[in-house]
Write a protein that binds this ligand. Structure first.
Ligand SMILES: [Zn+2]
Length: 192
């Protein structure tokens, strides 16, 4: 029997191979899901930074149980304060939150990012113009991001973020510039 006569069925990361012509309906479990293992051992994120036009494509920021310093540097750079150019370390827990969010939405961890790190100067300026911007924003500690997810309704992203119960989640369904805020502070929610 040639390979072309076999049926392949992927179920939750496991690949089932069945001999469709033998009449012996005995599915064979292929070698333990390499694909699934790879996913578990590598965490990847992608960002479309809408304010700078920069793209970060599939950065493996966590591999085999360790954060990858070069990858974190790349992410810190991309999530910098785009107004001042200031770069600040983004808290890895925030990246894990985003990674989890991407998985729960069945994506490859791709986000449109409208705000990552904010310098104290930028935050003070934003607070002056919009009292909805917290004076002690977690953006200033690299612990917050304003994001949306391509091809996923914002409401669904919001609900998925709330379901993680990791930190703060804000909902901003502005027609032109919709996003949700996520942070790794205490668990809370609000609508902007
Ligand atoms: Zn925010």
């Amino acid at each position: 029997m040639g390979a072309s006569r076999r049926g392949f069925l992927r179920v939750g990361g496991l690949v089932l191979v069945s001999a469709t012509t033998s009449g012996l309906a005995a599915p064979v479990l292929a070698a333990p899901a390499l694909v699934g293992l790879k996913e578990l051992n590598i965490r990847t994120l992608s960002f479309d930074c809408t304010n700078t036009g920069e793209q970060l494509n599939r950065v493996d920021y966590w591999v085999e149980g360790k954060y990858v310093p070069d990858a974190l540097d790349e992410i810190n750079e991309a999530l910098r304060d785009f107004r001042t150019g200031d770069v600040y370390p983004i808290e890895p827990r925030l990246l894990d939150l985003l990674y989890q969010l991407g998985r729960s939405l069945d994506t490859n961890g791709q986000f449109a990012l409208t705000s990552g790190y904010r310098s104290p100067e930028t935050n003070a300026m934003l607070h002056q113009h919009d009292s909805g911007v917290a004076i002690n924003s977690l953006h200033m500690r690299g612990q917050a991001a304003d994001i949306s997810v391509p091809d996923r309704p914002l409401q669904r992203v919001y609900e998925a973020a709330l379901a993680l119960r990791v930190g703060g989640v804000g909902y901003y369904p502005n027609p032109i510039d919709e996003f949700i805020h996520v942070d790794v502070g205490r668990v809370r929610r609000w609508e902007g």
